[in-house]
Design a protein around this ligand. Structure first.
Ligand SMILES: [Zn+2]
Length: 394
């Protein structure tokens, strides 16, 4: 057993001040209202003046610290090793639109990491920012890789069907597929993908309100980085943003760095959807965690760390956000309480992905936890009851 005592424990409905968590194996077995003193031989963490939260779950992260999910080799395992220092206990490795061989390499690396369970964050099924997106709203995604769903034959070097064949060959390792519902054949594709157990998220899309609602009716249940890479919310033309805000069954990803979405619009989204309808994502890249000026890659495309990650022409290319900073911004800039911020950084994503027993601190839940200091710096990250990262003592 491991005792985590004296911290402010962020439960799903309240903060328990000065309580104790008891971990046994990979589970939380007890939430005690009292601070327990060390005794016996059980490892004991004195966490007075610290916060204990459910570990962060990032469903949209391309990379961190010089590693990109599409780098090949053991990139996915190395991401899993690095992310706990930012409080992440589970993540969906995220691709950008790419050619079939690159997708195959990444999905087999996801498979390998999920089978071998490297020490670090849990590797969840991948998130594909797929080839089936709007050319106009592609952002930093390569135009030459964008396809129309089910268009007959090859378009350029490869066909959309070849991408779908890669997805079919790696079904259990493909979690979320981002696509644009206004494209020809997209509604049938949404029906097919959801019938096969994938989560479809609408994004990188020019969809009108009606086209977005048709996508949700076909089975899409998420919106990819709400407000970014979609037409702006307009009072006569609500678009995908308006549809996602309105639809009760749709969960919205939100990049909570204060750059991609103005803090006021974060609050607007939260009042429309409540914390249970929003999940904080980083959209982080290999530039995350690296100093300004650093050159690195996003899906093989050169990017530079500036105010965020940018292509050479200045186009925003993902972010340099990490989940610990997203949590801190939600509290300090957006003005949220700890319970709501933890819901947005952990609980909603677990529910969206149907990860039972994850994303909340409760007896019987997985012991995936992050411990923060009073300034929201990450001190310890636990995955399955083991401390996988601890800040070096200063
Ligand atoms: Zn994107």
């Amino acid at each position: 057993m491991i005792l985590l005592s004296g911290g402010d424990i962020v439960l799903p409905d309240r903060v328990l001040g000065g309580g104790t968590l008891v971990l046994d194996g990979d589970r939380i077995v007890e939430v005690d209202r009292a601070t327990r003193s060390p005794g016996g031989t059980d490892p004991h963490f004195d966490l007075r003046r610290h916060y204990i939260l459910p570990g962060f779950i990032d469903v949209h992260v391309h990379g961190v610290e010089g590693i990109d999910a599409l780098d090949g080799g053991d990139a996915i395992g190395r991401l899993a090793e690095r992310l706990p220092r930012f409080g992440v206990t589970a993540f969906c490795p995220t691709s950008i639109a790419c050619a079939p061989p690159a997708l195959r390499v990444m999905l087999s690396a996801v498979r390998a990491a999920r089978t071998s369970a490297p020490a670090g964050a849990r590797v969840l099924p991948a998130h594909l920012e797929s080839n089936f997106i709007s050319a106009e709203y592609r952002g930093a995604q390569p135009l030459e890789c964008i396809r129309t769903p089910r268009a007959a034959g090859r378009q350029g070097d490869f066909s959309g069907d070849q991408i779908l064949a890669e997805i079919a060959a790696a079904r259990p390792d493909v979690g979320i597929v981002t696509l644009a519902s206004e494209l020809e054949g997209a509604l049938d594709l949404i029906r097919d993908l959801t019938a096969q157990g994938h989560h479809v998220s609408l994004g990188h899309s020019a969809a009108t309100y009606e086209q977005a609602m048709a996508g949700f009716d076909a089975g899409a249940r998420q919106a990819t980085h709400l407000f970014n890479r979609m037409p702006p919310l307009g009072h006569r033309a609500p678009g995908l943003a308006g549809a996602a805000l309105e639809h009760d069954d749709v969960i919205a990803e939100l990049i909570c760095d204060g750059v991609h979405v103005h803090p006021a619009m974060v609050r607007v989204a939260l009042s429309a959807k409540q914390p249970s309808g929003v999940m904080a994502i980083t959209d982080g890249t290999a530039g995350s965690g690296l100093p300004p000026g650093t050159r690195t890659l996003l899906g093989g495309r050169p990017i530079t760390v500036r105010d965020t990650a940018r292509l050479d022409d200045g186009t925003i290319a993902g972010s340099v956000l990490t989940m610990d900073r997203a949590f801190a911004k939600l509290v300090t800039v957006m003005g949220l309480g700890l319970v709501d911020a933890a819901t947005i950084c952990a609980t909603t994503a677990a529910r969206a992905l149907r990860l039972q027993g994850f994303g909340a601190i409760a007896p019987g839940a997985a012991a995936d936890l992050v411990v923060l200091d009073a300034d929201f710096g990450v001190v310890h990250t636990f995955v399955a009851g083991s401390p996988v990262w601890s800040r070096p003592r200063r």
